[in-house]
Design a protein around this ligand. Structure first.
Ligand code: SAM
Length: 245
């Protein structure tokens, strides 16, 4: 187990460049904004993700779009430090914040920070026990390609889990949620992070993302088995699971 503090830079497509810019500008405020915008609920969703993953001691997790390390840290806590996480993200600034948090929390082993793209993972075939991606896949230009890459790097018997914003179904919740995301959220972004555009991008990317059934089909199309999902908080988010056989 080791912690690497070097980054490897990879070439990316145009949307990836744009997304990188958005996260460059939000990295510093990212964790505070997450708590503020979701009233802390993102923490419950992330815990639900790790609970459903049921990681085992000695497992190697690849956490794609791992950002500031939330999923990686929960995984290491769950396996009591007996495991390895490769935290992969396209954005250098997000990874730097994550590394600082790791040091502050005294996490000195089991973490490998890699600057890379979900669409061309710098990992060998069949090399990881689990693949997670939390609030990352909707930012990816070619989602089917990212899903195929996930399958490629997973060992047979390996687990894929994706946490992402989804579609709110109940009419009353939908009205509240629409008001919140179209009106309030960009204002919070403007006032607190001084960056309205990035938060408008965030809302737009959530709206464009496929609903839970369609996304489950895409996971099947990428070659995963036993694909299932759970809605969280009335469908504001969803957790999708699949297995590589
Ligand atoms: N997983 C973290 C969490 O849940 O707090 C961070 C989520 S953040 C909303 C989205 C992350 O996806 C950003 O750190 C961004 O840099 C990363 N990202 C966007 N496109 C990516 C890509 N093509 N490959 C890898 N990471 C990407």
């Amino acid at each position: 187990d080791s912690t690497h503090f070097g980054f490897k830079q990879v070439p990316t497509d145009e949307k990836a460049g744009l997304v990188r810019g958005v996260f460059d500008s939000v990295a510093e405020n990212y964790d505070v904004m997450n708590d503020l915008m979701s009233a802390g609920v993102h923490r419950l969703w992330k815990t639900a993700m790790i609970d459903w993953l049921m990681p085992r001691a000695g497992h190697h997790l690849l956490d794609v779009a791992g950002g500031t390390g939330d999923i990686a840290f929960r995984f290491l806590d769950k396996v009591k430090g007996d495991g390895t996480v490769t935290v992969l993200d396209i954005n250098h600034a997000m990874l730097s914040v994550g590394q600082d948090r790791a040091i502050d929390q005294g996490r000195l082993s089991g973490l490998d920070w890699v600057n890379g793209d979900a669409q061309s993972l710098p990992l060998p075939d069949k090399s990881v026990d689990a693949y997670t991606i939390a609030f990352g896949i909707r930012n990816v230009t070619d989602i089917p390609l990212a899903l195929r890459e996930a399958k490629r790097v997973l060992k047979p018997g390996g687990r894929f889990l994706c946490l992402e914003f989804s579609t709110v179904e109940a009419a009353i919740l939908k009205d509240v949620y629409d008001f919140y995301s179209f009106k309030l959220l960009p204002e919070i972004g403007r006032l607190v992070a001084k960056d309205k555009e990035s938060y408008e991008y965030l809302v737009e990317s959530i709206r464009k993302f496929p609903d839970a059934d369609r996304f489950a089909e895409m996971i099947v199309e990428a070659g995963f088995h036993q694909v299932k999902y759970r809605r969280l908080s009335g469908g504001i988010a969803a957790l999708h699971s699949g297995w590589r056989l």
